[in-house]
Design a binder for this molecule. Structure first.
Ligand code: GLN
Length: 309
């Protein structure tokens, strides 16, 4: 790993860490309940290839909802905007990430955006591939390209744990199937979705994905355009409006950069044209975002005036 330890960043991590005691690790996916609540780590990858870190950057975690940005990029590359946005909307919601409520009140029924579970399930259903294995392999290969790390893989234990408990997500799938938003076998979709959410990496890998998006799809290591510019911009826009679920407004005010969180405690954040940031802190606030991770990003953003607004 080519990340340098940074003393000042370590001080900020230690300060933010005091908040972890006020959070709670996710336990509705049983395997996630085993996380160490006091963990907090960060990697900041500059588009020139330098990297700063603080905390136990080697600790791995599953992407969970962070994967929704990457599956969205892939299906936009697979099908184009018109096809995708016929099946999923572009509007933020003030509801929790796993809410089913708006599916029935919006006519015609369509998930509001790709960052909530209903929208993400519709997106995963659009990943091209003849079989469920081919779909998850294509997504994993794409993520390995973004991280430039072929050892990134699916944590089968977490995937299975979620698969065995995902009743709410299953019910959303059946609702979406009834309304023609998704097609095919719901159990197969649940397998691809839970494996997608269980893709595992550390903060350094996550920061590198952020650096690709910071450069509008150009990989900082290989200089290859691995995501078309228009799609990279679109993903970042969704991250600003919907990335932190029903805390996206507050995060935009306090931190002001595109970000996406996951219930395992990860946050992918981007400072356009400058940095990709990966954070891991499994103690969550009541809206499902890393409590200390958000504070840490707020402190860094304030100190370096990183807000894009
Ligand atoms: N796999 C999780 C779920 O579908 C992802 C949710 C999240 O990270 N907020 O519930």
């Amino acid at each position: 790993m080519i990340c340098q330890n940074d003393n000042h960043l370590t001080q900020l991590v230690n300060k933010a860490k005091t908040l972890t005691k006020n959070g709670k690790v996710a336990d509705y996916i049983p395997a996630l309940a085993e996380a160490n609540k006091a963990d907090l780590s960060i990697a900041i990858y500059s588009v020139e290839g330098a990297c700063l870190k603080a905390g136990e950057v080697q600790t791995t975690f599953t992407l969970q909802s962070i994967s929704k940005v990457l599956s969205l990029a892939l299906v936009l590359m697979d099908h184009g905007q018109e096809y995708v946005f016929n099946r999923v909307g572009m509007e933020p919601t003030g509801d929790p990430f796993n809410s089913i409520a708006k599916l029935e009140t919006i006519k015609p029924s369509k998930p509001l955006n790709p960052m909530i579970n209903a929208g993400a399930l519709a997106v995963t259903n659009m990943i091209k591939g003849k079989t469920k294995d081919e779909k998850i392999e294509r997504l994993l290969a794409f993520i390995q390209t973004l991280t430039n790390n072929s050892s990134v893989s699916v944590c089968e234990r977490v995937a299975r744990s979620e698969f065995n408990h995902a009743w709410l997500n299953r019910s959303m799938c059946y609702f979406l199937k009834e309304h023609g938003i998704i097609e095919g076998d719901v159990e197969a979709l649940m397998e691809v979705y839970t494996k997608q959410c269980a893709i595992e990496m550390n903060c350094y890998d996550l920061a590198k994905i952020g650096a690709v998006l910071a450069l509008n799809g150009v990989h900082p290591d290989t200089k290859e355009q691995v995501i078309p510019e228009r799609i990279a911009r679109l993903c970042k826009t969704f991250m600003v409006t919907c990335g932190m679920y029903n805390a996206s407004g507050e995060f935009a005010i306090k931190v002001g950069i595109p970000a996406k969180s996951g219930v395992a405690g990860g946050i992918l954040a981007i400072v356009p044209n400058k940095y990709g940031i990966g954070v891991y802190g499994p103690a969550l606030d009541e809206r499902g975002n890393s409590i200390a991770g958000c504070k840490l990003l707020e402190m860094i953003s304030e100190e370096h005036s990183l807000s894009i607004f």
